[in-house]
Design a protein around this ligand. Structure first.
Ligand code: ZZB
Length: 261
């Protein structure tokens, strides 16, 4: 599987990691980016937050003297063999913590309409075995993301978050003939999905949203507005890569576990 790794620069650390970060000497003057693995770079305009698995292990890994990436150790290891870090095969770990410690951290989401940054929030269904363990949230076009932000906004105390972190405006990114200008909320309603735990229905909704978005979608926003998604997708990806905000991340064959089984 070939993903695009999106670099979300950390603007302000959440309370639970702040001290650890400031007491880590090797991070002085180093920019840290959370790396989200996506198959849909064309939807980055609609990012409203970014998810980590609260119980998963994460680390900060040194790329070079100026940059470090935050992801699962498993993903860092894969990156080390894809010439993403300075020295092939090496992925020096500068810090480690659980995803829960990152909640509330403010990051810059490239291309997002939310220019002041978006928050790191918990998503129970993030898989440790896929991508980077960091999932950028596009609730207009990803049913999983829509179900999760809806749930987070319903129970902010339970999740120990500020309600408004889960309530950034959701804007239309892609129009399709079957699902209108926001596929995810449309499909959540259509398939009567009540919670992020509704696994089978969400897998179905994801598949439908992928197909319709890719084959029938038209961009509603950005440099490639009015263009077919099929054509715009590689162009948005290229634009992000040229700006140094994204890179190619490959998932080794055979290790991918799909949620639909
Ligand atoms: C932004 C985005 C916008 C995504 C969208 C999807 C959609 P796949 O096909 O199963 O490989 N993802 C990435 N890593 C994980 C993980 N570790 N655990 C759970 N979800 C993960 O799925 C790849 C997509 O699943 C990625 O692309 C990411 O969410 C999420 F509008 O990034 B995506 C209809 C889907 N729409």
């Amino acid at each position: 599987q070939e993903y695009t790794g999106i670099k979300l620069e950390v603007l302000e650390w959440g309370n639970d990691v702040k001290e650890l970060i400031s007491s880590t000497k090797e991070l002085e003057g180093v920019k840290v980016y959370m790396v989200a693995a996506t198959l849909r770079p064309e939807t980055m305009y609609g990012q409203t937050c970014c998810f980590v698995g609260p119980k998963l292990d994460y680390g900060i890994f040194k790329v070079n003297d100026k940059e470090a990436y935050l992801c699962t150790p498993r993903a860092a290891r894969n990156m080390a063999f894809q010439r993403i870090f300075e020295e092939e095969g090496k992925f020096p770990q500068l810090a480690s913590f659980q995803g829960s410690a990152l909640i509330g951290t403010l990051v810059n989401a490239p291309l997002s309409v939310h220019k002041d940054g978006v928050r790191i929030l918990p998503m129970e269904t993030v898989l440790a075995t896929k991508g980077t363990g960091v999932v950028t949230c596009v609730p207009s076009d990803s049913p999983d993301d829509y179900a999760t932000v809806t749930d987070l906004a319903k129970k902010p105390e339970y999740y120990k978050i500020q309600k408004e972190w889960a309530e950034l405006e959701i804007v239309p990114i892609i129009k399709t003939p079957s699902y209108g200008d926001m596929s995810a909320p449309f499909l959540i309603k259509e398939l009567k999905i009540a919670s992020p735990k509704d696994k089978d229905a969400l897998a179905k909704a994801k598949e439908l949203a992928y197909k319709e978005g890719f084959y029938q979608g038209i961009m509603l926003i950005g440099d490639y507005k009015d263009m077919e998604v099929q054509k715009a997708k590689p162009l948005v990806r290229e634009k992000l890569m040229n700006a140094g905000l994204a890179f190619v991340y490959n998932e080794p064959e055979g290790k991918v576990i799909s949620r639909s089984g």
